[in-house]
Design a protein around this ligand. Structure first.
Ligand code: HSE
Length: 412
């Protein structure tokens, strides 16, 4: 049995989980891989005295780069710099790389995959979407016979945890966020979660993989959950919906795509409605297979480490063979403006005069479906019929009686 040396760059929540899983499962993994996997280096600028494996820590990236015995490098530092420079250098040096870094893959995935292809090594990132859920590999391999045309889901564990706490326990937003941070779900800067950027990066990766062309984060209209109120939660409930942060992408007939992240009203009978807490779910639609739903823990130390270590195992098993992942570079006009696409909207607003407000809404949106008529609260909430988003929004803006209007999408 040969020993394959591995380096882990980053010893935060995920990195420490990766080392823990590799060390605690050493024998079982070796039996499966027919090679021993040795964690030779752990790169981190911080000191970690008193661990069983403290002697493996280094601070100099060049030790990894120049050590030809290191065949696989795990990047779990997060952020783009210096992760991008380190990963690129490792691939160019002929080392396979596994990462959980969705920010890196969403920004530079096509380029890094191309380098991996040229060097005949692997660049794998299963943990970058859906935490511990196997989703990228099944899409790339098991669903490869299909023309995929739609991919969407709950892609951020932290916001799903927060929304679940708000919906089920009436917990305040800030308390739920603090708990998610304590549990190791949230990004270093929680704005990445609550403002939707993390889900944006994940829908970029999913859309790139499903539709074959890179989607960049700046091409995705992104909205987070900070403006959701407990009133929205209550009105959605009355109408038969729950509110979830959704990443959504669809292939259009002309070969272009839509890509969005937004909080949406999800019907209670939709499978995504029952996906709670830190769990994520990804729905993929293909012409032969129909609907496929992937479900599991979307964040957290060990679920994410589980996916990273599986990639390491895959790399070690295929040291001299390229794996399946690839897609083309993106282009400027590939992602269309979603405002030109049909949707359905939920509207909540304050009104001075409830009767006049209703009359005005009906005069502009004749088949609006009122959820609350707010006689006691001077508030209305209603659903629009399906229409082109820009046209629906223009109508809503024209309604003079509505004040502090809040608009959400409906996932029907
Ligand atoms: N902060 C991320 C989440 C971690 O909550 O989903 C997993 O990508």
């Amino acid at each position: 049995m040969q020993t394959v040396n591995v380096a882990v760059m980053g010893h935060g929540v995920v990195g420490s989980g990766v080392v823990e899983v590799l060390l605690s499962h050493e024998k079982n993994i070796a039996a499966k891989v027919k090679n021993e996997i040795n964690v030779k280096y752990i790169l981190d600028l911080r000191d970690f005295p008193g661990l069983d494996y403290s002697e493996r820590f280094i601070k100099d990236f060049d030790l990894i780069l120049k050590d030809e015995s290191v065949k696989v490098v795990v990047e779990v530092m997060g952020g783009i710099h210096p992760a991008y420079e380190y990963v690129k250098a490792c691939l160019e040096a002929g080392k396979s790389v596994c990462t959980s870094n969705k920010e890196l893959v969403a920004a530079h995935g096509a380029e890094l995959l191309k380098i991996a292809g040229e060097k005949n090594v692997n660049f794998l990132f299963e943990a970058s979407v859906g935490g511990g859920i196997p989703v990228l590999r099944p899409i790339a391999q098991c669903l490869s016979a299909n023309d995929l045309y739609e991919v969407f889901g709950i892609l951020n564990g932290t916001t799903n945890f927060i929304l679940t706490k708000m919906i089920r326990e009436n917990m305040a937003f800030e308390d739920a966020l603090a708990l998610a941070q304590q549990l190791g779900y949230a990004e270093r800067n929680p704005s990445a979660d609550v403002d939707g950027h993390d889900a944006c990066r994940k829908i970029c990766i999913l859309a790139s993989l499903c539709f074959g062309k890179h989607v960049y984060p700046e091409q995705v209209r992104t909205e987070g959950i900070t403006k959701i109120t407990l009133a929205d939660v209550e009105y959605a409930d009355i109408a038969g919906y729950v509110i979830k942060l959704i990443g959504y992408s669809k292939l259009l007939e002309d070969g272009k795509i839509t890509a969005d992240v937004y909080p949406a009203l999800v019907p209670k009978n939709n499978q995504l409605a029952g996906v709670d807490d830190v769990f994520n779910a990804v729905m993929v639609r293909g012409d032969a297979v129909g609907d496929v739903l992937f479900y599991g823990r979307g964040a957290g130390k060990l679920p994410t480490a589980s996916a990273v270590v599986a990639d390491v195992i895959d790399c070690v098993k295929h040291l001299n063979a390229r794996k399946y992942l690839s897609w083309e570079d993106g282009s400027k006009d590939y992602v269309v403006d979603s405002k030109t696409v049909k949707t359905r909207l939920y509207v909540r607003a304050y009104v001075d005069d409830i009767l006049n407000a209703k009359t005005e809404v009906f005069s502009v949106i004749s088949d609006a479906e009122f959820i609350v008529t707010g006689e006691d609260k001077n508030e209305v909430a209603f659903l629009t019929p399906v229409g082109v988003e820009a046209e629906l929004k223009e109508k809503i803006t024209s309604l003079k009686q509505l004040k502090n209007t809040s608009v959400l999408h409906v996932l029907d």
